[in-house]
Design a protein around this ligand. Structure first.
Ligand code: SF4
Ligand code: SF4
Length: 405
């Protein structure tokens, strides 16, 4: 079959044709639910791509917006009857848009610039990265255990690393953290196609001067080499995005050992579930409330970790876990991932609000998640709409019930 080829795009045509003739996943798509227009779901988006390629149209702002208005939640991939790797295609397409200078969308490029200058997408001062670390929290410089804090925990939701280190300390683990040597996991850059992005500085005369290139491979290799040189063998995560990126993306960029990481990766829900199975997790207090659990896309659909968080929640005395209508592989997206929150802030909160409505419909008083980024977006929605439901992560619940807070 003829390959769709222009100087701008070169994708497997079969996949694009199949997807562009289909609408199966439309009704469960995060972005379609939000925008309600034909270009805003997988099949519609690839229909648009096909038109651009076949008619050799010039990429315009509307096309770039459509390509980026997707949270890469993979609900479409889960539903897809012909297994089109839609998210891989869209991430590749975003990479191409960045390469030809048409992407990323809106202000998303600033994330890449900030990672280049400050090693995080929030513009946080890297020397304050571990400012959450109070003297009561024990970390060490020779443990086999490491904790990858992530940028959102370091600069936006600092209660999460505090709770995570308290949890690890409870089990006698004093993890190594990298402090200002921890660089972004690169999830925001990989998801938005900024794998190799030129960074410019505006000159006094208004012109732009190239100051360098943010190279995801270099950032990732820095993190890996730091943990390796410190002898870390097991790396713990409280952010599902960081965990997914380390587990699935870092090996593709790691230059040594054929891409096999020199440490194991464990999300904290897996860590706690294992402690429970070994009989080492003994709850000090119960939680006599009805709760529901939100599967973060990056932890659930992307990596398949669905049971561990539920096992931990169900082990809490007195707790009643009820499922939302959409759960596990069918879980709805919170709206934060894939650059969606950074690029479409209001819409991301609206997506989170719909998920919270679903949680409230179950009669639960508490919405539990296990991702820093999901919590950040849910909290923004709670603040905006004054929802009465409590939003916590597993580690928050742990330190509360263990009286460690
Ligand atoms: S991703 Fe799959 S289900 Fe969705 S439109 Fe494309 S082919 Fe159809
Ligand atoms: S990844 Fe999610 S938001 Fe993007 S097209 Fe698929 S279902 Fe829609």
């Amino acid at each position: 079959m003829r390959r769709f080829f222009t100087s701008e795009f070169d994708f497997d045509p079969d996949k694009i044709v199949m997807c562009s003739n289909c609408s199966t996943c439309r009704w469960t798509c995060t972005s379609y639910e939000e925008f309600g227009t034909e270009a805003m779901f997988a099949g519609g988006r690839l229909r648009l791509l096909r038109s651009y390629i076949e008619r050799k149209l010039t990429v315009d702002d509307d096309f770039v917006k459509a390509v980026y208005a997707c949270s890469t939640c993979e609900q479409c991939v889960e539903r897809c009857p012909i297994k089109v790797p839609y998210v891989e295609i869209i991430e590749d397409l975003r990479k191409r848009l960045v390469e030809i200078g048409k992407g990323p969308y809106g202000g998303l490029g600033a994330m890449g610039d900030r990672v280049f200058h400050k090693h995080n997408p929030y513009d946080g001062d890297p020397t304050t990265r571990a400012d959450w670390l109070t003297p009561d929290l024990k970390v060490s410089d020779d443990s086999k255990w490491g904790y990858f804090v992530g940028c959102t925990g370091s600069f936006r939701r600092m209660e999460i690393p505090v709770a995570t280190v308290k949890m690890l300390n409870h089990f006698g683990i004093e993890p190594q953290i990298l402090g200002n040597e921890e660089y972004c996991c690169c999830s925001p850059l990989i998801r938005t196609g900024q794998v190799k992005k030129p960074v410019y500085k505006k000159q006094e005369d208004g012109s732009k001067k190239l100051v360098g290139v943010v190279d995801v491979g270099e950032v990732i290799n820095h993190n890996i080499e730091e943990f390796k040189s410190r002898g870390v063998e097991h790396l713990i995560y409280s952010c599902s995005g960081c965990y997914r990126t380390t587990t699935l993306d870092w090996p593709k960029f790691y230059r040594e050992r054929g891409g096999i990481l020199p440490f194991s990766t464990q999300h904290l829900s897996q860590f706690l579930a294992l402690r429970f199975k070994k009989g080492e997790l003994k709850w000090k207090n119960g939680y006599n409330e009805k709760v529901t659990y939100h599967d973060p896309c990056h932890l659930g659909r992307h990596v398949g970790i669905l049971d561990a968080p539920r096992e931990v929640i169900k082990s809490i005395p007195g707790i009643e876990l009820v499922e939302m209508e959409r759960n596990r592989y069918d879980s709805k997206c919170c709206g934060a991932g894939g650059g969606f929150k950074a690029g479409f802030g209001d819409e991301a909160i609206s997506v989170a609000s719909r998920r919270i409505d679903e949680a409230i419909e179950t009669g639960a008083t508490t919405l539990i998640s296990s991702c820093v980024f999901c919590k950040l977006n849910f909290m923004d929605a709670v603040k905006k709409h004054d929802y009465k439901i409590k939003v916590v992560n597993i580690e928050d619940l742990f330190i509360d019930l263990m009286e460690l807070s």
